[in-house]
Design a protein. Sequence first.
Lengths: 246, 373
Amino acid sequence: MRRIRSIIVDDEELARSIVHEFLTPHSDIEIIAECSNGFEAVKAITELKPDLVFLDIQMPKLNGFEVLELVDKNLSVVFVTAYDQYAVKAFEVHAVDYLLKPFTKERFDEALERARQKVARNESFPLSEVVADARAPDVPLERVLVRDGSRVHVIPVDKIDYVEAQDDYIAIRFEGKTHLKQQRLSVLESSLDRKRFVRIHRSFILNVERLARIELYAKDSRMAILKDGTKLPVSRAGYEKLKGLL
Amino acid sequence: MHPILANQERLAIYMLAWLIFGGMLAAVLALPNDFLWTESLALAVPLTVLYGAICLSSWYLCRVFPLHKTGYAQLLLLYVIAGLLTSSLWILIGNGWTLLLERLSLFAPLNARFIAKTPLFVGVGFILFTLTVAVHYLIITFEATKVVEQRELQSRILAQEAELKALRAQINPHFLFNSLNSISALTTQNPAAARTMTLRLADFLRRSLRVGAQEFIRLEEEISLTLNFLEIEQIRFGSRLGVEQMINEPCTNCLVPPLILQPLVENAIHHGIAQLVDGGTIRLQAEWSGSVLRIRLENPIDTDRPRSRRSGFGLENIRKRLKAIYDTDADLRTEEKDGCFTAELSLPAQTSRAFSSRHRADNGSGLRDVSNN
């Protein structure tokens, strides 16, 4: 029988050790790594491709949701948290397995059993729905996370010049660099601050602070000229949005 | 708002009383056989009800000259003049009414007989006017008592709410559940450590419940409680959490509001140490400079962390408490520089309660003003 390869992610050693202890009697589970922060977790999940992750939410560098955002979703996740009112509500709604610290052995075994079944069915994690519900309401995104191999780049949103849609990816331009991320432009748009970032075109989101002027090229065809001279197309709807904001 | 006019029920009772007075006056007129019953009723009832309406205006006098703030002689003079004027007005109106009734020739001539009764009308008018004044003063006193009762009730509710909030703030859910999880992990690996942590947690909770009920505690006790808390967190975070303290000896006798440092250390852990892979050291300092007690807490932070996730509600809570206790004499300043977060608390350095009780009194009246608005 193939063993279930698992990773334990928690910044507290004691918290990792209790998960380790409760897993020991289950011979079908193999612990392949233990991580103490978000960066380590992304690296381990990307390189080792585990079947199952026990994931703490509150951690240094990246929280549990940000870790999941950056890795392949075809793994099974059991969240482990002490207290997080928004997240727990989201877990209930989307039938995500979670453990509230401290937890009993029985409760742990139940969660593990459900995770086993999900691994067997090869179910992937419904990340975007859960993350949308788990975030505290009305808090716009402050940084965009991009994974490059097993390295994580953290881009504060005010450093972003603009974002361009390219097939299944988005290209994030900042400080003269470009990072690609597998995400839909509309998903990013909905989590950014609407007062600072405007969808000026089907394929572009612009940081309004970078805008120098708007030029009219032909009837209903405009170009946004950025402070560094870059030219971006502006659709009619995008122009209306910009006008409303400036 | 007029207390009788604004309340339909009161107005009905009031007017009914005047209707009865009217009936009584009619009887007084009819019994000596000077007037027929029909004549006396037609004369007295409408006049008395109208007079009742006029007497309502005495409320404005009652409001301008409150019972306790006006001298008795002044009150006496005021209401004798007002009563005579009002009843004279009534006589004038009565005169007009009798002339009108004569013109309609429903009754035998009335006016001459009415004028003969003027002294009676002036006397009755004066008595009824003073009676109305008394009723108005009664109502004013009654309503004032009700307002005071309501204020007291409201301030009691506010105080209870504050106490509840303080209790809830003391037991931070992150701290409590993570600590319990550490204990759960330690029970199998290191039972002795599990016991130590359980006892420390119990000690911390018991002590914070006890001091939470006090108005002020000595800084020494507050700091010992803070260190107690940090010891528990040290078990949880292991080598990631270091603690250093530099407490100037004389400061330890100063009085501080209980648990005022608790939100600061919780922030230092939650937004500082817990967000750093390698943790760091929390520094606690206290010094006495002039008349000011300065308590400073420093902790390292992750500068890459989004700003909005860094500060908690705790700071706002401390500021509110300081304002309520010391008004503008205390201050909480925070600064973030080179990966280090500093919170500095400045309080009046006091070792006795004299100062505190004066401020408590101020604070008490402040609370009532708020509920009044």
